[in-house]
Design a binder for this molecule. Structure first.
Ligand SMILES: [Fe+2]
Ligand SMILES: [Fe+2]
Length: 155
């Protein structure tokens, strides 16, 4: 399913990607409620939406956004390296959660979700507080910021 981004704010990196964090976060309580109610088919479908959405979000960051930050800093230094490393952990946790849902294993699902949240929440906070404002600052103008958002949305 192709995301059309018609409701997404596109003025700055920060507003767009923060909106996408909230959009994705909202799918997790739904997944959890469905699994707790024993509706594993619907829980799998909702989690699949979260997983593909976050995989695309990660691609937008790694392929379009991080190079801007790395150019601004002058090389692939600390902050983006840490974020890329955390992305790999998040992907592996999403695989574990999808497996738990396939196996209708509620305990493993809850454990996987707790593990994911413990990495994803601080990850998103670091991006929102440090990385996104830094990228918007490096971009420097409203035109360049919205052009970068459009490039990310084309992924
Ligand atoms: Fe990220
Ligand atoms: Fe992000």
């Amino acid at each position: 399913m192709t995301m059309q981004w018609k409701d997404a704010p596109a003025e700055t990196v920060a507003t767009f990607l923060e909106w996408d964090h909230r959009r994705l976060d909202a799918l997790l309580p739904n997944t959890r409620a469905l699994a707790a109610a024993g509706d594993f088919d619907e829980a799998q479908a909702t989690f699949a939406q979260f997983r593909s959405g976050l995989a695309r979000h990660i691609q937008m960051e790694e392929r379009v956004l991080f190079p801007v930050v790395e150019d601004g800093i002058g090389g692939p230094a600390g902050p983006t390296q840490v974020m890329r490393h955390e992305h790999r952990a998040i992907e592996s946790q999403m695989t574990d959660i999808a497996t738990a849902l396939e196996e209708t294993d509620l305990a493993a699902f809850e454990e996987g979700l707790a593990g994911l949240s413990s990495v994803l929440a601080p990850h998103n906070m670091k991006e929102e507080n440090i990385l996104y404002p830094m990228a918007d600052q490096f971009l420097g103008s409203a035109e360049r910021r919205s052009a970068l958002v459009r490039s990310m949305q084309a992924i």
